[in-house]
Design a protein around this ligand. Structure first.
Ligand code: CMP
Length: 155
């Protein structure tokens, strides 16, 4: 099973969308294996967004992401990274598909409510930046037998 990191960004928290956003992943059949609130600082944001460091919007992005605490989560499932990105939708809320989180709740390209890992490498990096090993949980979900076939459960 894959693990993927989701952050509910400061605008998602301020707009009272935490419950609705988490519900989208729960109802899909993804398994929550870690969750906490965290205040992002310069150090973590410089590492997290290293690939955006030279972009003109980088200072603004850091200001936005450290505006309030964020909610960090790890969700698990078969091909969870791709499945979660579909639920999240494309970057700009005003262009994102209706039915996706960004498509349903947002208009902005910056204040786009949510982050999701884009690859196994990013997910591993983001998990180690955001969570200590004892903050992630390995447990059997009673729902697994309903959500997956037998072969899929061993992936
Ligand atoms: P995300 O795709 O999760 O990660 C990079 C973030 O940078 C993105 O969400 C937006 O929050 C922000 N971002 C991307 N493009 C722009 C832009 N052109 N102007 C401002 N912020 C942006």
């Amino acid at each position: 099973m894959e693990k993927t990191v989701v952050l509910i960004k400061p605008d998602g928290l301020q707009r009272g969308l935490v419950g609705q956003i988490m519900h989208r992943f729960e109802r899909k059949g993804l398994k929550l294996v870690g969750v906490k609130m965290i205040q992002l600082n310069d150090e973590i944001l410089d590492t997290w967004y290293v690939h955006h460091k030279e972009k003109p919007f980088f200072p603004e992005l850091k200001k936005y992401m450290s505006w309030t605490p964020i909610v960090a989560m790890v969700w698990e499932g078969v091909e969870a990274i791709a499945a979660v990105r579909k639920i999240v939708g494309t970057t700009k809320g005003r262009e994102a598909e209706a039915g996706s989180i960004r498509g349903d709740f947002g208009m902005s390209g910056q204040q786009n409510l949510i982050h999701a890992s884009d690859s196994v490498e990013s997910a591993n990096k983001e998990i180690s930046l955001m969570f200590k090993p004892d903050e992630l949980f390995n447990y059997i979900s009673a729902e697994d037998v309903l959500i997956y076939g037998e072969e899929e459960r061993s992936l």
